[in-house]
Unconditional design. Structure first.
Length: 122
């Protein structure tokens, strides 16, 4: 069964890289959101198996962790697996403390990242 991934806050080239990586390892389709409001709307209107949130949103450079905070504090959405996309361990730790799964950085498109995603996307 094809999994659905919502990518939040990545620029076009990064979205393309993430899409290429995910679709080469998993049977999945990606959709893109850019900020808090369209993310929440898309999550309420569609079923997603995973939400990937960029540490700094491309549209305004605001903190992606605030989107994770909003998702994880919403009773309807909090069980949706969510990951922060960042290379910085301290930001990963902050996202995990809010209830996110440990994410990955854009420099980590490798077998280890695919293994981490396997329980969610396989």
């Amino acid at each position: 069964m094809t999994k659905r991934v919502l990518d939040v806050g990545n620029c076009g080239p990064d979205f393309a890289s993430i899409s290429r990586f995910l679709t080469s390892h998993f049977d999945c389709q990606l959709a893109q959101a850019h900020g808090l409001q369209d993310t929440l709307q898309m999550l309420r209107e569609n079923c997603f198996d995973l939400v990937l949130v960029n540490r700094k949103l491309d549209q305004d450079y605001s903190d992606g962790i605030e989107i994770i905070r909003a998702i994880k504090s919403d009773a309807e959405l909090r069980h949706t697996p969510t990951m922060l996309v960042t290379n910085y361990a301290e930001h990963q730790d902050a996202a995990v403390a809010l209830g996110a799964e440990r994410g990955f950085g854009k420099l980590e498109f490798d077998g280890g990242t695919a293994e981490r995603l396997k329980p969610i996307l396989s």
